[in-house]
Ligand binder design. Structure first.
Ligand SMILES: O=C(O)c1ccc(O)c(O)c1
Ligand SMILES: [Mg+2]
Length: 631
């Protein structure tokens, strides 16, 4: 295992906060960014002591800019500047200086000139007992490819001078990875890692504002690390993230995410080998949503039970010892928890009525928990009643829980055994068949954290992110799906403060489940029966249906049925999607019912703005402008 490291520039906070969070997350070392050092109120020895007291090592001091290829008299001044920095490094306890390739218009090109500069700098470095690593910036004036940087290092031929590789510069420029294998591992002094979303923009702005942790972006960081591994390099893998959101986010959360990203990266690289080498179980396959638990007070709980009943659920169980009931239909299980103490109660006090826990049916509970622990996901335990079995759980979005169950054996049925069954004598066929997706709203700057959480722990993959227009601003919507279609999460976040998604977070003290979509084998029949039971659905404007008529060549009778049932429609080739929404419950969450026809794989994104506008209208008191009276 290579040591884990992170550059201080990667996360928010002042230097002391950064270092504390980095150590707490479990990193072995850091790259000290000069700016963090310069703005620190204390000398280099104080910083060095703080770092070592926290058990961290300084793997690099950086960046030193615009060194190689300078004409005199700039050249002499540059060497004097380097000598001063070497002295600072000695006091700091930093042994490696990172020099990035020159961007100055005054610099002169030429590999031999640069190599000669580095050979001379190697002598100066030796005098100070430090080493220097050279990194090609993708926008360097004369050197912008790691192959040229390596050629300069090779020709400098000095033991104090080595190469620094950075996945971003390499992958952003689409430099080939194969030549990395021919660099001797001990000539590579440091390897920096960053991912980034694919964006069509100039590489400097892309690098300075949009880098993110490996696994959060679209770059082939796994292939890059694989190529580095082939050199025999055994030094640190150091995260170096320049990201506007990260500079503003929670220091501790970012540090934890960083380490998690390195752990998952190491696992991915290990799995490329044949036979796969790995130190933890693979990403957990999710078979189904086992149950969804709602925590709330008794009064709203009665209303929620009435809503469940209208949706076709029936009470299928009563908890043996707690104020908890089970509601079921067609393989969907919902739990209403009104206990006066315990986790559910504290969730309800903190967040209001809502989903406090999900249970996922996984192939192997022990393996899932082992992977969660390896990824440093917090696990959860609470006291169980007599005769009850502990259900293993982890902490999920907004402090909610994710329980794990298995398809067969004790872990399949233990939670069911906590309930006294209520016989079904209704003879009603189910209207709903399963949970289609679960949508969670969160602060915009938490989205990448939860993306990493879900995709590193479960076999869930990203499909392209969408920006959806709410009347009060844009909402980013990021679906995570498994290949079988048995588990789909949607993460929503918005930088605008008054969107439905943002108000959900701000008015309910944090992130959580905003809506749950159930699948219906026949959405028209479901809506009809639910209406007979007294349920009404979100009003959809006439304009929407007029537009549908123009957009798709729909049968007039079918269109009329959609309109009459308040159902929204989307089509993708031959595949079709039908969706309908309940009103919002307790200003907190709502339900959706969907019918997928012919393998439709999306979520009706074209309809989302219509839905959001309809919900915004319902959330506001209606004010109709009246003419001013003139008396
Ligand atoms: O953006 C920069 O200037 C910069 C500095 C140092 C690095 O290691 C790097 O990758 C980029
Ligand atoms: Mg770098």
């Amino acid at each position: 295992m290579n040591p884990t490291s992170i550059a201080t520039v990667s996360i928010s906070g002042d230097l002391a906060e950064k270092l504390t969070a980095i150590a707490a997350a479990g990193f072995e070392g850091i790259e000290v960014f000069e700016n963090d050092f310069l703005s620190f109120d204390g000398g280099p020895r104080d910083v060095g002591r703080m770092v070592s007291d926290l058990g961290l090592k300084i793997y690099a001091f950086q960046p030193f800019r615009d060194f190689e290829g300078m004409p005199e008299p700039l050249r002499a001044r540059t060497f004097a500047r380097a000598a001063r920095k070497f002295e600072v490094m000695n006091e700091l306890g930093a042994e490696l200086m990172l020099i990035c390739s020159n961007v100055s218009p005054q610099s002169l090109g030429g590999i031999d000139r640069a190599a000669a500069d580095f050979a001379e700098l190697g002598e100066l470095a030796a005098k100070h007992g430090v080493r220097v690593g050279y990194e090609a910036l993708a926008w360097g004036r004369h050197v912008n490819d790691y192959r040229d940087a390596w050629e300069i290092v090779r020709r400098a031929n000095h033991e104090r001078i080595g190469l620094i590789l950075d996945s971003f510069h390499t992958l952003a420029r689409r430099s080939p990875l194969e030549p990395i294998a021919s660099i001797p591992g001990d000539r590579i002094f440091l390897v920096q890692l960053a991912d980034a979303p694919k964006l069509d923009m100039d590489v400097l702005s892309w690098s300075r504002h949009f880098r993110n942790f490996p696994g959060q972006g679209d770059l082939a960081v796994v292939d890059f690390v694989k190529a580095v591994e082939a050199t025999g390099y055994s030094g640190p893998l150091s995260l170096e993230i320049f990201n506007d959101q990260f500079r503003a986010g929670s220091t501790r959360r970012l540090a934890t995410d960083g380490l998690r990203s390195l752990i998952q990266l190491g696992d991915k690289v290990a799995r490329l080998e044949t036979p796969a080498r790995s130190e933890m179980p693979d990403r957990a396959p999710c078979l189904a949503v086992e149950f969804i638990e709602f925590a709330l007070d008794e009064e709203p709980a009665h209303e929620l039970a009435a809503l469940f009943t209208a949706l076709g659920f029936r009470q299928s169980g009563t908890h043996r010892s707690k104020a908890v009931t089970r509601w079921s239909q067609g393989g969907v299980n919902l739990i209403i928890n009104t206990e006066k103490d315990g986790f559910a109660q504290s969730h309800a006090i903190m967040h209001g009525p809502g989903v406090c826990a999900l249970a996922l049916r996984v192939a192997d509970v022990e393996a899932t928990m082992a992977r969660a622990r390896a990824l440093k996901v917090p696990t959860f335990e609470q006291p169980v009643g007599p005769g009850e079995m502990e259900i293993p759980a982890i902490r999920g979005v907004g402090g909610s829980l994710i329980y794990f169950t298995e398809p067969t054996g004790d872990r399949a049925h233990s939670w069911e055994n906590d309930f006294l069954p209520v016989e079904d004598d209704s003879g009603r066929p189910p209207l709903l068949a399963g949970v289609d997706h679960i949508s969670q709203s969160m602060d915009y700057d938490e989205m990448l954290s939860w993306l990493l959480f879900y995709t590193s722990l479960f076999s869930l993959d990203r499909i392209p992110q969408l920006a959806i227009a709410d009347p009060a601003g844009l909402v980013e919507s990021r679906p995570l799906v498994n290949a079988e279609g048995s588990l789909r999460f949607i993460l929503n976040g918005s930088q605008a403060t008054r969107t439905l998604s943002s108000r959900f977070v701000s008015e309910h003290f944090g992130s959580g489940v905003q809506h749950i979509a159930f699948s219906a084998p026949d959405i028209f029949a479901a809506v009809t029966t639910m209406r007979e039971a007294g349920l009404s659905f979100l009003d959809i404007p006439e304009n929407y249906y007029d537009d549908l008529e123009a957009r798709y060549d729909l049968d007039p009778d079918f269109l009329e049925r959609l309109r009459e049932h308040h159902i929204l429609y989307d089509r993708d080739g031959e595949a079709e999607f039908l969706q309908v929404y309940t009103h919002v419950f307790a200003q907190r969450f709502f339900f959706e019912i969907v019918e997928r026809r012919g393998g439709y794989s999306g979520f009706g994104a074209v309809n989302a703005p219509v839905r959001l506008a309809a919900q915004a209208r319902e959330a506001r008191p209606v004010t109709v402008p009246r003419p001013l009276r003139e008396d």
